[in-house]
Design a protein around this ligand. Structure first.
Ligand code: HEM
Length: 136
């Protein structure tokens, strides 16, 4: 049951993260406006945080082996992606304030790219370690 909740939460949370980054990609390639992107990503807030909360709660019920360095690495990645998600909320607010006076400052674009990169690295890293840990 805990594993089912873990995987369902993974689909919900990571799925929504991928959609958010896809919106960012559409905007960066000129296929969407900044305000459309900001409205779209704001709506993903609930599935992303619900999925992450479900992953953490079900992960605890799966009895992680805290002596394994892979598992500790995975938990560090989860901590980083959680903090990264919180600061992404701040970035979202800053971008929304600036949205009318386009183009955005370069500093904000670099901040956005860095946030997306950290998010992708941590989520994929946690998925790969979760998969490796289940192979024994
Ligand atoms: C972003 C967050 C997370 C992701 C993407 C993730 C991903 C995964 C994946 C893909 C699996 C493999 C499932 C399978 O096919 O058997 C897994 C298993 C597992 N996860 Fe997570 N997980 C996350 C967070 C957590 C957290 C926070 C904990 C602990 C508190 C945790 C503990 C576990 C445990 C104990 C297993 C079972 C490993 C085994 O079979 O020995 N996970 N996770």
């Amino acid at each position: 049951m805990a594993l089912f909740i873990h995987l369902a939460s993974l689909v919900l949370g990571f799925g929504a993260v991928l959609v958010a980054d896809y919106y960012g990609l559409l905007w960066m390639t000129g296929r969407s406006t900044l305000s459309d992107t900001l409205v779209g990503t704001a709506r993903l807030h609930v599935p992303i945080w619900t999925g992450l909360a479900g992953l953490i709660a079900s992960g605890v019920m799966l009895h992680p082996d805290m002596t394994a360095s892979l598992t500790r690495t995975k938990l560090a990645l989860v901590l980083i992606l959680t903090l990264n998600g919180l600061q992404a909320g701040l970035l979202h607010r800053r971008m929304a304030e600036q949205a009318s006076s386009a183009p955005l400052p370069r500093r904000m674009l670099v901040w956005g790219a860095f946030t997306a990169l950290v998010s992708q690295l941590c989520w994929w890293g946690a998925v790969v370690i979760g998969f490796l840990n289940s192979q024994h």
